[in-house]
Design a protein around this ligand. Structure first.
Ligand code: ADP
Ligand code: ZN
Length: 859
């Protein structure tokens, strides 16, 4: 068993059936290698690239994937494969090639890539349940006893038990490679196998209901009469139910019923027979409904041109990439839909990537109403079982379209025609917090080219890199500069919050008696300017919807002593603590640590601690006093952490139950509400001033996106952006809806500093509990890179901008390689691989090394 180098050429060989003696197996381990095993003669027939295998590893047996058949092996003490789980490959060569590319490009262990790509494949506790399907297993067993004693043994065991786990069968029969045998029996129609994947604990899939319309009215009345008065709770429950049925309500969730009637489950259950609890799957996919409106849409000229170009490329079956640059509301989604329809007509399948946050019921409903049973939606809240089911049905071509965030790029669809990457600029396509640190947009491009499929990137605000690629002809640019029906772009106004502050100060001073004016300099400016306030008032009177963006959650992002300037920071992380109103405590947004809020400054003992800055909770509080009659929904991580909360909030707002939707960037994405005519940005500054080369780009994208939520119908939209930097070039271009000029200006800035798209970046992070060790290791790594420069420059090593997270110190090295001298980044990768190898050979156990290729954030 021992290793052979990864990224091995055997992947490229055409051979699928093992006439060879050896198999390379990828195991779900964080090591950058595959393992070689002997193929025993009895497994020659079943061993194939892409099937799962059980192999001895150490003292255990583990599940792995056969990824290739090397011609030879220099190792002598190889162990044999023990069993093969699948009768046919569960991972295509195409996907294996993709994983191989990811492993190499992103410096990720092969096993970790496979774990990300194949959601169920390595679940070691995955159980295979074997069932008898024959009417007369006993007599068949007797019949075949002579010819195939092993099969006969299995059949008679199953005849007694009905169903058994394959591991159990293995023990009882003593057949080592029982799964090969079982797969043959499946083919012969003798047994069936089901894989049970453990459910994730967090996934609540069933909900309990009482079906009110099934309740026997008479019996209810009789029962109620017979209840003695002292059984208050029981009476309250039945009375409440009576009331609900009288109102015509058809069903109610048990939790809701208990809450409303203030009773307990025990009491409810004591009425079994009269009140029956039914448990039902609350599968998100079921209640999306359909959206008739878009079914009859005829594309306009710009859409048709874009569609024609894409379909033509699909028909040639040669990889092409397109950038569909269309303003918000220009009908991009409709183009995706028609392009997918074209794929289906030509027996091809399609993947649609969307940022998780925009995967709203609205968008899903739209796709489902066009493609009904052929669409699978994947998202992070699916249980492992649900994920497995999607995978299996996509592999069997039951699903032709898979929609989902990031990991949907690995969907095992056959005959792929198209990959759509909606909002291609979104940072969430990059997995940054664990290996493999891949960018799904870029992986989509690679998969497209390997599978000869078309890739369609769409955005109203393409990333600088992507737009650059479109201008140099790497992607074909398709433009849709106008909104559907020529709805005009919203009018955007900038409000200078510094001037606003002066005014507010002056009028506050006016209104106060002399002795109170002292100390006024430190007043907290209100977060809603007078202009925004006025515009909101108008909308509220006209019952039009308002969206407010403040991209920070909590009440105040920092607490500061106004005497000495001390601010409360986290003990585990080098960041300030955010004050949260609900629990009235300070919380760290990186590690979750909490701390009480003190009146006295821990540093100077002053009594002047103030809650500074604006979080969504503060805005919510101010709105309550500014517009007491208005209904406000707050949408941020704190109000949407529970399953379904996000959808519920959106539905409420869409139905007009609330006047104002206030939230973090969540309110900027994927929403399409005709009633919204005003968008307010409480502060544009928090992102714009971050020390990151992408901060302007991010700001431009976020503001343009949120502005796009305004005026999507005949009512013209208006946008108010508040800022302390009214002259920042980013804001000016947002106001003018001028992506092109913003892009050109930003591109020049990048050129000057050799940032992408003119260079390639790799971030090397050292992380550990002892700062001294972390620093030493970072310096050692820098030494290893020395001498090999030429094609790239190294920034650092230096402490990261956030120099400590969860008690781990962080040091960074940034490698920058110019595209001019190293167009494919091969030089950079080779050097980095060499450095990683020598670093690892003499590694310091207490320090972790993380490589992030094409990082989205450098902090
Ligand atoms: P985008 O994805 O660019 O934001 P959408 O595809 O969501 O745009 O289109 C915006 C709205 O216009 C949607 O409500 C959609 O149903 C509608 N729409 C799209 N194309 C057309 C068309 N050709 N004619 C009429 N309405 C359209
Ligand atoms: Zn912390």
């Amino acid at each position: 068993m021992i290793d052979s180098p990864l990224r091995d050429s055997s992947l490229r060989s055409k051979k699928t059936i093992a006439v060879a003696k050896y198999a390379n197996v990828a195991l779900p381990l964080a090591v950058d290698k595959v393992f070689t095993y002997l193929i025993p003669p009895e497994l020659h027939q079943s061993a194939a690239v892409g099937v799962r295998t059980i192999v001895p590893f150490g003292r255990k047996y583990v599940t792995g994937l056969i990824v290739g058949f090397p011609e030879s092996s220099s190792l002598t003490s190889l162990k044999p494969l023990r069993d093969i789980l699948d009768a046919s490959p569960v991972v295509s060569r195409e996907l294996l090639n993709l994983c191989n590319w990811i492993a190499g490009y992103y410096f990720a262990p092969w096993g970790e890539v496979l774990k990300a790509a194949i959601p169920f494949g390595f679940v070691s506790s995955s159980k295979r349940v074997v069932r008898n399907v024959l009417p007369n297993p006993k007599s068949i067993a007797a019949e075949i006893e002579k010819r195939s004693p092993q099969r006969a043994r299995v059949l008679s065991l199953l005849a007694e038990q009905g169903s058994m786990q394959s591991s159990e069968l293995q023990k009882k029969t003593g057949v080592k490679n029982i799964n090969v045998l079982l797969n043959e029996m499946v083919k012969a129609g003798q047994v069936e196998i089901e894989e049970i994947v453990p459910q994730q604990k967090t996934a609540i899939r069933k909900k309990e209901f009482i079906v009110l319309s099934d309740i026997d009215d008479k019996r209810l009345a009789v029962t109620l009469e017979s209840l003695p008065n002292r059984q208050k709770k029981a009476r309250a429950l039945l009375l409440h139910i009576q009331q609900l049925t009288n109102q015509g309500m058809r069903e109610i969730a048990v939790t809701q019923l208990l809450k409303e009637s203030r009773t307990t489950l025990t009491i409810l259950k004591s009425f079994r027979g009269l009140l029956n609890i039914v448990a039902r799957d609350i599968n998100r996919n079921q209640d999306y409904g359909t959206e008739e409106k878009t079914l009859t849409i005829r594309l306009n000229t710009a859409q048709q041109l874009a569609l024609d170009a894409v379909c033509k490329a699909i028909s040639t079956e040669v990889h092409r990439s397109f950038l569909l640059h269309g303003v918000t509301g220009s009908g991009k989604t409709q183009v995706y839909i028609e392009a997918i329809r074209y794929c289906l007509r030509h027996s091809k399948s399609a993947i649609v990537l969307v940022p998780e946050i925009s995967l709203t019921p609205q968008i899903v409903r739209r796709f489902k109403s066009h493609f009904a049973g052929q669409v699978a939606v994947v998202h992070s809240r699916l249980s492992a079982g649900e994920r497995h089911e999607v995978w299996r049905r996509a592999l069997n071509s039951e699903y032709k379209i898979v929609i989902g965030p990031r990991s949907a790029v690995f969907a095992p669809l056959n005959n792929l025609g198209l990959i759509v990457v909606d909002e291609e600029h979104e940072a969430s396509y990059k997995q940054f917090d664990s290996s493999p640190r891949y960018n799904a947009r870029d992986v989509a491009l690679v998969r497209g080219s390997q599978a000869n499929a078309v890739v369609l990137l769409g955005s109203a605000t393409p990333s600088v890199e992507t737009f650059h690629n479109a201008t140099i002809g790497k992607y074909e640019l398709l433009g849709m500069p106008r909104r559907i029906d020529d709805v005009s772009m919203p009018e955007i106004t900038i409000v200078d919050m510094t001037a606003e502050r002066k005014q507010e100060y002056a009028s506050l001073k006016e209104s106060l008696p002399d002795e109170k004016r002292k100390g006024l300099r430190q007043f907290q400016q209100s977060s809603v300017s007078s202009l925004l306030k006025q515009k909101m008032g108008e909308r509220l009177r006209r019952k039009e919807g308002i969206i407010l963006l403040q991209n920070r959650r909590g009440f105040a992002p920092f607490v500061e002593c106004m005497d000495c300037g001390y601010s409360e920071t986290c003990e585990n992380c080098n960041v300030t603590l955010t004050y949260h109103l609900a629990k009235k405590h300070l919380r760290c947004h990186y590690c979750g640590a909490v701390k009480a809020l003190h009146d006295q400054c821990p540093s100077c003992r002053g009594q002047n601690m103030q809650l500074r800055g604006i979080g969504t909770q503060r805005v919510e509080q101010e709105l309550a006093s500014l517009f007491p009659e208005a209904n406000v929904l707050r949408m941020d991580l704190d109000t949407t952490s529970r399953k379904g909360a996000h959808d519920r909030l959106l539905r409420k707002f869409g139905d007009g139950e609330a006047d104002i939707l206030l939230g973090t960037q969540m309110v900027a994405k994927g929403l399409d509400f005709a009633r919204v005519t005003l968008v307010g940005v409480i502060s544009a500054d928090s992102q714009m001033l971050l020390p990151d080369f992408r901060s302007s780009e991010r700001t431009f994208q976020l503001l343009t996106q949120v502005a796009g939520r305004a005026g999507r119908s005949t009512l013209r939209g208006e946008v108010i952006i508040q800022t302390h930097q009214p002259n920042h070039y980013t804001l000016q271009h947002v106001v003018d809806h001028d992506f092109k000029t913003f892009y050109e200006q930003e591109l020049e800035a990048r050129r000057e500093l050799d940032y992408p798209p003119f260079s390639r970046l790799a971030l090397v992070e050292m992380k550990g509990e002892k700062e001294e060790h972390v620093r030493q290791q970072a310096e050692r790594f820098a030494q290893l890179l020395k001498g090999s420069h030429g094609s790239f420059t190294v920034l650092g090593p230096s402490p990261a901008v956030i120099s400590k997270i969860k008690n781990r110190y962080r040091w960074h090295l940034i490698l920058k390689s110019k595209k001019e001298s190293d167009p494919n980044g091969t030089g950079l990768r080779q050097t980095l691989h060499r450095a990683v190898d020598s670093w690892t050979k003499a590694r310091q156990q207490s320090v972790r090394l993380i490589i992030d290729v094409d990082p989205v954030g450098l902090m």
